[in-house]
Design a protein around this ligand. Structure first.
Ligand SMILES: [Zn+2]
Length: 306
């Protein structure tokens, strides 16, 4: 089975806090049957642009080091292979584009295939959900998203506010929410409302369910069952073929019971099976839905381009 995770902050931990043990290692991901582990370039806080640029350089260097250590790096989810563990890069927060929009094509050359417009601070593209739900995408944000799609980079709406999300779906864009949960089950501003989920699914988008207990449960008490509930709720809203996993490992200080790292993905798949999610439905959620999402937004894989 192809198994994909659309978000982990491992590069951040490795570059900024090398003393901390990582939730995600190649060994643990391989043990959990992960085919593609997405590793985000994430800075956090609200640092000045030169500091963000320095942090990105450090995280790209960490990606090089992981590759040199024998962890296969791929530049397209559709190159995922069953029984083989690879990683792929994403960006969380496009602040640097405000100063230099040409970075987007440089990131793409380095293998970045999804980019969250913002993290938890406003930037040149848009406004995050935790700041102001009503601020529109900026004209620059709209242009940046069109350029992302031209390059085969998925616009990631995890962290983006509700108005910015609607601006994208109104443009006919199928966004990805790489690590987001259901607001109907846990009313956190970072979570997606039922209306947002329905709009995203009908636009052909994709959601990776986040494993952060505070996004899964209002009291922060979560286990494998709680993650399953969010998956099932999304399926009820029309999410069949559109849902998967976006763990947020290495970015979350608490984890659900029974889900300490990528080595525990088999337990999560078993929990879903117990709730009747089996066969093609389960294979889709594990990974194939993500591959099909890229077929929708980037019908010609890079490897086939001239
Ligand atoms: Zn995040």
């Amino acid at each position: 089975m192809i198994l994909c995770d659309t978000h982990a902050d491992t590069l951040y931990v490795r570059a900024m806090h090398p003393e901390r043990p990582c939730d995600v290692t190649k060994e643990k991901a391989a043990r959990g049957g992960v085919s593609v582990q997405t590793l985000a370039l994430y800075v956090g806080g609200s640092p000045a642009l030169p500091d963000i640029a320095r942090a990105f350089a450090g995280m790209f260097a960490q990606a090089e080091a992981l590759e040199a250590s024998g962890w296969k790096r791929i530049g397209d989810y559709r190159d995922a292979r069953e029984g083989e563990c690879a990683f792929l890069l994403s960006v969380e927060g496009c602040d640097l584009l405000g100063e230099d929009p040409s970075l987007l094509s440089l990131w793409r050359k380095k293998g970045v295939r999804m980019a969250a417009l913002c993290w938890n601070y406003e930037n040149a593209l848009g406004t995050p959900a935790v700041r102001d739900q009503d601020a529109p995408l900026t004209p620059f944000g709209r242009e940046a998203v069109k350029e992302m799609l031209r390059l085969g980079i998925a616009p990631d709406v995890s962290h983006l506010n509700r108005r910015g999300f609607r601006d994208l779906t109104d443009m006919g864009i199928a966004p990805i929410a790489s690590h987001s949960c259901c607001a109907a089950l846990c009313p956190h501003p970072r979570n997606l409302t039922d209306d947002q989920l329905k709009a995203l699914f009908s636009a052909g988008g994709y959601v990776g369910v986040n494993f952060y207990p505070l996004f899964l449960d209002a009291r922060g008490r979560a286990g494998l069952d709680t993650v399953c509930r969010h998956v099932l709720h999304m399926l009820d809203l029309g999410g069949e073929g559109r849902v998967g996993f976006g763990s947020d490992f290495d970015g979350i200080e608490k984890k659900p019971r029974g889900l300490a790292g990528p080595q525990d993905f088999p337990a999560l798949l078993r929990a879903l099976e117990k709730r009747g999610v089996t066969g093609d439905l389960l294979r889709g959620i594990a990974g194939e839905n993500l591959l099909r999402y890229y077929d929708r937004i980037d019908p010609k894989p890079e490897r086939k381009k001239e």
